[in-house]
Design a protein around this ligand. Structure first.
Ligand SMILES: [Zn+2]
Length: 46
């Protein structure tokens, strides 16, 4: 299961919000977490 890099929860990939960043796919539990990621991708994309 994908893990939200912002809040750290695991979620069903079908329900997740996905985003491609530097060739890697990230999954988020909600648009809010995706927005936080986009603000500081370097902090969350480890
Ligand atoms: Zn989240």
């Amino acid at each position: 299961m994908p893990v939200d890099p912002v809040c750290g929860i695991e979620m069903d990939q079908d329900l997740a919000v996905s985003h491609d960043y530097e060739g890697k796919k990230y999954f988020f539990c909600c648009e809010g977490c995706k927005r936080l990621f986009l603000k500081k991708p370097g902090k969350y994309s480890k």
